[in-house]
Design a binder for this molecule. Structure first.
Ligand code: SAM
Length: 390
């Protein structure tokens, strides 16, 4: 291969990687986040993968005279980690690795105590906000309630220290202590503050400066009342425990999370990264494992599963959808006899021609089984229809 071609291939790859990472992290290479948000982001598929941060937190308690076991567990973890690294890579020798990092932690704690988080040393995260480097700093930031910490993107691989890893090196009662501390840390978060901070990271198009949807379970008000909408649509009679549900343009995911109480799986797709972050953090906080949130443009996203119920609430306008084509796509995503709940935008503005739009949607192969209307925010009047695939 000639040099020019090699150069081109290499750079295309790099370009693609950087671009996809930038997209996932809201296009910015540095981000100020709350430590609680970063901690909550270390979950995947309902599992927490960074118990090492919990151990470091306990060690800091130890340094501050609040725990007897924190530093012991910390040193045990460091030794176990050395053994683990050496077992993974034959070129690494345990004796060449740092045996005791307590001094480093002591110095970091002293620095945090006097100056707080030092933005000259951002933590490194990958494009999914998984911690790549900076677990000591995250533990300090959590312990000292740092207002925010700076993270920057890194393309290095994330490391995982889930409960399974600790079970191979720690005694059962030590693992239990970790789980208790993890729960204690979770409970100490003011989730409303965490979510509010994410919302304010960028100017939002929806919600009139507040959350677009309310979340009654957490006590967050919103422009549109989620629980009330659920009742108005009569969703209880349509959703069943074995159903897979898709929520297109799910915003902060509060509606998706409410439906998840009733169904097998709820998938939410949303184009705006900050809204997906809010949805994922709330999911962890509510411990709702049967939910998947995906960031992306619904018009382009590939879905390799079918659904029993699809929510298209106030979104077709933003998808710039031709209603018949849109109907066809949703038809193909539904299981036999599956249903769509199609909600309009403002029927005195964007959807003056709602009847025609609905008609075109039905031509894709649907029967209307219910219609209704709502003015749930006290301002915008909307129509909705439940349509069954034929
Ligand atoms: C008016 S809001 C409705 C939110 C939600 N469906 C509801 O009714 O509560 C429209 C939502 O669709 C999202 N959205 C717009 N274009 C999108 C696209 N191409 N793909 C996925 N989501 C999109 C917006 O970011 C916004 O959260």
């Amino acid at each position: 291969m000639n040099n020019k071609l090699v150069w081109l291939l290499k750079n295309t790859k790099i370009y693609k990687r950087i671009k996809s990472a930038a997209l996932k992290l809201g296009n910015s290479y540095e981000l100020n986040v709350s430590p609680a948000f970063l901690f909550l982001s270390q979950h995947a598929n309902g599992k927490f993968n960074r118990y090492d941060v919990v151990v470091r937190f306990m060690a800091i308690e130890g340094i501050n005279g609040e725990s007897n076991s924190g530093l012991t567990l910390y040193n045990k973890m460091q030794q176990a980690r050395n053994l683990y690294l050496a077992s993974k890579n034959k070129r690494i020798k345990v004796e060449d690795l740092p045996q005791n990092k307590e001094g480093t932690l002591q110095n970091l704690v002293a620095s945090f105590r006097s100056k707080g988080f030092n933005p000259e040393f951002p933590l490194k995260v990958n494009s999914n906000l998984k911690l790549v480097d900076g677990s000591h700093r995250l533990a300090c930031a959590l312990y000292y309630n740092a207002e925010s910490i700076l993270v920057e993107k890194s393309e290095s691989l994330e490391v995982e220290f889930g409960l399974e890893w600790f079970k191979s090196y720690f005694e059962t009662d030590e693992v239990s202590k970790l789980q208790e501390k993890y729960q204690e840390i979770l409970k100490s978060f003011d989730i409303k503050v965490v979510l509010e901070k994410i919302l304010r990271r960028e100017k939002q198009v929806f919600g009139r400066g507040e959350f677009y949807q309310s979340c009654e379970e957490i006590g967050i008000p919103g422009q549109r009342p989620t629980a009330e909408r659920y009742k108005i649509y009569g969703l209880d009679k349509y959703l069943s425990t074995g159903d897979n549900v898709l929520d297109i343009g799910c915003n902060c995911g509060f509606f998706t999370l409410l439906m998840a109480n009733k169904v097998k799986l709820a998938v939410g797709i949303e184009i705006t990264q900050t809204l997906v972050d809010i949805a994922r953090v709330t999911q962890v906080y509510l411990d709702r494992k049967n939910v998947q949130f995906r960031q992306g443009n619904f018009n382009k996203i590939k879905l390799d599963q079918n659904f029993d119920f699809i929510c298209s609430f106030a979104v077709h306008h933003w998808l710039d959808a031709d209603m018949k084509k849109y109907g066809k796509r949703l038809h193909s995503l539904l299981n036999s006899q599956g249903k769509v709940l199609l909600e309009s935008q403002n029927i005195h503005k964007e959807d003056l021609d709602w009847k025609e739009k609905l008609g075109r949607f039905r031509q894709a192969g649907f029967d209307e089984v219910q219609t209704g209307w709502l003015k749930d925010d006290g301002v915008i009047e909307r129509r909705f229809s439940v349509l069954q695939k034929v």
